[in-house]
Design a protein around this ligand. Sequence first.
Ligand SMILES: Cc1cc2nc3c(=O)[nH]c(=O)nc-3n(C[C@H](O)[C@H](O)[C@H](O)COP(=O)(O)O)c2cc1C
Length: 395
Amino acid sequence: MLSGKKVLVIICGGIAAFKVLELIRKLKNLNADVIPVMTPSAKHFITEMSVACLSGSKVYSQLFDLTDETEIGHIKLAQSADIILVAPATADFMAKVAAGICSNLAETVVAAASCKVVMIPAMNVKMWDKKANQRVVSTLKDDGFDFIGPSRGEMACGDFGDGRFEEVEEIQNYVEQFFQPKKLEGKRVLVTSGSTLEIIDPVRFISNRSSGRQGVDIAKALNAYGAEVIFISGPSSVKPPVVSEIINVETADQMYEAVVAQKNIDVVICVAAVGDWQIKDTSNNKLKKEMNKELKLTLIQNRDILKTVANLKNRPSLVIGFAAETQNVIENAKKKRVQKNCDWILANDVSRGNDTMGGTFNKVSLITSAGVENWPKLPKSEVGFRLAQKIAEVI
Ligand SMILES: Cc1cc2nc3c(=O)[nH]c(=O)nc-3n(C[C@H](O)[C@H](O)[C@H](O)COP(=O)(O)O)c2cc1C
């Protein structure tokens, strides 16, 4: 139930605007206080009357409103919200927000907001895929906006692909989850993330394809659940999460030292794709091509972070590892869980072509002593929330 929660819904001028009426109805059923704001274009698609009736609230749309603005209404509106949903978020609206434009009330409210702002985009697949739009989406994500959808399917124009307005139930789930009690408050959780790199010489290294996105999304979810998150990350192409502490490392050795130095940890989640080997004799000087027609590198095994943590005398009460496999995924992950003495393993298939490493989706299986739970293919952010929920259930 969302009693006392103020959900500000910004409705933009897209064909999916009619679906927002259903969203407002659902939010009202959960007892949320819904405050609607419409862009001028939105009024071409649905009426203010419908929005007012379903939300039970005045519909805000004028920036230069003499009554509201005697009290600087746009700032008050922005500050009164516990969460802002932009639904449907048009390509136009997102581009303006990304550029910091404040040319109408809705854009100005987003600029003045200090709560979470969630974009729920809907548009034609070609518009969604357009490089300019993808640049905008990426900027908004980096700036801390959350996204729900778009989903894949048939569009109003008959095209098929990404760009459909997400199912109202999914949006409702997100909002309910957002407001849920901080179930991991008081828990110290350590997350390792990203790749590691192993030094060959001052300019060269060996690394792997991990982007760090899954680790970032898990850390964000744990943070949303109220945990104190210590985030130890190797090189990563993803913006780090906002958490209690971030420790940046490069090599597997550095990550090992950073992890074992942590004290009083309740849960460890080893998401980082740690290199299994390092170069035995790294060179202090750049290796010269002319002097090494054939270059032989001897690799020696790195220390095993997951196994070390899982076998510590004062081991955290929950130790979770990831198993990135390309063959016999479940069987290998089951073996890994036992060999390393960890409690849970999240197994995923990282074969080339399935877009797990570097992509935004993941399909994982949770392996515990009780058995195997296969999760559907989910956005990595959703995997993070599911995992946080599972942890909250046992810790
Ligand atoms: C019939 C029609 C349907 C449209 N549907 C969409 C849509 O689904 N998504 C979108 O991003 N833009 C859509 N547009 C374009 C937007 O209405 C247009 O970019 C407008 O400026 C958006 O204004 P706003 O972002 O201030 O609401 C549509 C336009 C028309 C005429």
